[in-house]
Design a binder for this molecule. Structure first.
Ligand code: NAG
Ligand code: NAG
Length: 673
């Protein structure tokens, strides 16, 4: 009897084991972060936008298996035809925009939602850097993946709002290529400016840190080469082929140095000692290094971003306007070199990109020189960046007098609840800014600042509201708001990963459930919300936050900072309001900004008084600009005044929204005034 039973029992046990294994396996899978990638459609056919192709290519190159990938499309069942562009090993499923988690729906894709479902990372550069981070945590031996982050691990870290280079790579090139691909036969007369900018950048010699060694090596090779050439050539070699030959040799050296960096056991290619003659050459007399990859010598994340874009672009040019290829010699050379990086060809193939060498005979390429009109975006803008504002002569009085004559003076609305304070003594420790390394005096002042912001937000908030803490840092404002307003959802937005991860840890310690975190630049947050908050948003960050709130028809409570950093930016010009524009020039307005920063306690009281007046005027201009959108805005002083030298606070209420449709369907109640 027992024997008869034995077999089925064994089968049953095996089955149960399998089941258990499957369940565990599923569990593990559910703990993977989710990566959301967009699918678009072109004339009814589903296709992958460039940023999706870029993310897939990086995943393929890193052989990353840390994510569950969701392709987000507007129509069901549209991804089958895309199978050839998805690495086979990838765990991919399809989802629709409507069923995205709330945090993700408020962001532009690509986006990653972490295992807790509370931290969303959005935007191309942020997501790509996160993919690298995850790949390395899985396999720390991947030197080549580590190298993608570049020198000091900063590759594409500066956000596009700050760095022209990031903007070119993350936005400029992809949009130019996208535009070209939509109408490939129409544009070949004019190469897009971002492409020309890149072409020009690739033509410049590079500077790498500690490049002395490599440049000496290059000099040695050059000299060696000259000797052997003159030995064999004996006047027969014409100049052209000689220079072509030597440039090829140099190319070899730089490429070798770059590739050596990627291998698991770095090849000691450049460790041989140069002869003494070479060692004596002054640094300034060493030959410059040629550009090999986008950032200079080494293959980095930037090349990964550019590859799918440039691949599609060159393929299209080849098909529709092959003659234009001649104008992009450096880009072609870059494209060829990228293909020599180990792993790139296979990674591309797995994503359905068959890399090839466009058929342009190299001999007919013009001698690499500055492309058509060298006045490229990057050069122009970089110059602008480096030009410091001219040294300032004179004081702010003439400007202030001018305003006064037009009837414009700083006005501060009285604080509605100057003595209000949070019950700091009874709040959990992790909320209190005394936690951490803050000095006592700083902690007291920080608490005073928080009292002001929380008081204002609490007056505006209603149950069910979403409150966004912009530039949240480690979450001083957002966490106290989430604790104080349990009926509201609070979202913290910050682009510094370390800060946001700390905020998340603190919030988890407190067990807060009405809080979410977004690591992204402001532009990637598109969600609806009712109140925007920012404590000490530097320079035009204040204007960006206000603009974001106005677009969302949300109230705002903003305390500006660093007035001296204010200057015309891509999106904003100063002064902002019509009345200021009619009275002041840009330069005069900048005078106000400059002096608005002079409010430090160690300055003489008269200076500080003028500083405070200038602060008030700059913020008056901001508030008038917001009022043209129907807002009512008050500029007030935080209480006590000593809580910060930057103690202004702008409180803006949107126009009544009754009857207005709100975009993302997250807003229900109208804002009460
Ligand atoms: C990944 O990111 C986390 C959080 O910022 C960081 O602590 C960790 O060191 C990173 N890992 C690697 C391998 O860079
Ligand atoms: C090239 O750039 C300069 C400087 O911006 C500009 O003045 C000139 O018109 C441009 N030339 C062409 C042919 O576009």
């Amino acid at each position: 009897m027992m024997n008869v039973l034995k077999q089925p029992v064994c089968v049953l046990i095996a089955f149960l084991k399998l089941l258990l294994f499957t369940v565990r396996h599923m569990d593990v899978k559910q703990q993977h972060p989710s990566l959301y990638l967009e699918v678009c459609s072109q004339s009814e056919e589903p296709c992958l936008p460039l940023h999706t192709s870029i993310a897939l290519f990086l995943i393929s190159y890193c052989k990353c298996k840390s994510f569950k990938v969701f392709l987000v499309s507007t129509k069901p069942d549209s991804t089958r035809s895309l199978r050839s562009q998805l690495p086979e090993s990838l765990d991919v499923c399809e989802t629709q925009t409507e069923s995205l988690p709330q945090l993700v729906r408020g962001c532009r894709l690509p986006a990653v939602l972490d295992e807790t479902g509370r931290l969303c990372r959005a935007g191309l550069a942020v997501v790509l850097r996160h993919i690298i981070n995850k790949s390395l945590e899985d396999d720390p031996s991947r030197n080549d993946v580590q190298a993608l982050l570049g020198f000091k691990k900063t590759c594409l870290k500066a956000c596009a709002e700050v760095s022209k280079w990031t903007r070119l790579c993350e936005i400029g090139i992809p949009s130019a290529v996208k535009e070209h691909l939509q109408n490939p036969t129409n544009q070949y007369q004019q190469l897009p400016l971002p492409i020309l900018t890149l072409e020009q950048r690739l033509a410049e010699p590079v500077k790498v840190h500690n490049d002395d060694k490599i440049r000496r090596q290059k000099l040695q090779e050059q000299r060696h080469n000259e000797k052997s050439e003159s030995a064999e050539g004996q006047g027969g070699t014409d100049k052209e082929s000689k220079s072509a030959q030597s440039s090829q040799v140099c190319d070899g050296l730089e490429l070798r140095a770059a590739l050596a960096k990627l291998s698991v056991n770095p090849v000691p290619a450049l460790t041989t000692r140069e002869n003494s003659e070479i060692r004596k050459v002054k640094t300034t007399d060493l030959p410059p290094l040629e550009h090999v990859f986008a950032e200079g010598l080494y293959f980095t994340l930037t090349d990964v971003v550019l590859l799918p874009c440039i691949h599609k672009y060159l393929r299209s040019l080849e098909a529709h306007a092959a003659s234009a290829l001649h104008r992009l010699p450096h880009l072609l050379r870059w494209y060829r070199r990228v293909q020599e990086v180990p792993g790139v060809l296979q990674a591309a193939m797995a994503c359905g990109m068959a890399l090839s060498i466009p058929q342009v005979s190299t001999s007919s390429l013009p001698e690499p020189s500055a492309p058509d009109n060298a006045s490229s975006l990057l050069v122009q803008e970089e110059n602008q960046e480096t030009i410091k504002q001219p040294p300032f002569v004179g004081g702010p009085r003439p400007t202030m007098t001018k305003l006064k004559e037009s009837g414009i003076e700083a006005v501060f609305t009285p604080h509605p609840c100057p003595a209000w304070t949070l019950p700091w003594e009874s709040l959990p420790g992790a909320i209190n800014p005394t936690e951490g390394k803050m000095s006592n005096i700083r902690a007291v002042r920080k608490r005073q600042q928080l009292n002001n912001l929380v008081a204002m937000v609490a007056r505006l908030a209603r149950p069910g509201y979403t409150v966004v803490d912009f530039c949240s840092g480690t979450g001083h404002v957002g966490i106290v708001l989430a604790h104080t307003l349990p009926d509201c959802q609070v979202i913290l937005i910050e682009n510094k990963e370390e800060s946001l991860v700390r905020a998340q840890t603190r919030s988890a310690e407190l067990g807060l459930t009405n809080i979410g975190f977004i690591q992204a630049n402001l532009d990637y947050f598109t969600g609806a919300f009712h109140i925007g908050v920012a404590l000490h948003a530097c320079g035009v960050a204040t204007d960006m936050v206000m603009e974001h709130c106005i677009l969302a028809q949300a109230a705002f409570v903003v305390s500006p900072c660093c007035y001296g950093f204010i200057q015309n930016a891509v999106k904003f010009t100063f002064p902002k309001s019509k009345r200021f524009q009619e009275t002041l020039t840009y330069k005069e307005h900048m005078i106000l900004c400059r002096f608005a920063d002079q409010t430090a306690v160690q300055l003489p009281p008269e200076r500080r008084l003028i500083g405070k007046q200038c602060m008030g005027l700059v913020d008056l201009d901001r508030s008038w600009a917001a009022e043209t959108h129907g807002y009512s805005v008050q500029v007030m002083t935080m209480e006590p005044e000593s809580c910060s030298p930057k103690n202004n606070m702008l409180v803006g209420r949107p126009p009544q929204r009754r009857g207005l449709e709100v975009g993302a369907g997250q807003l229900e109640a109208p804002v009460h005034n």
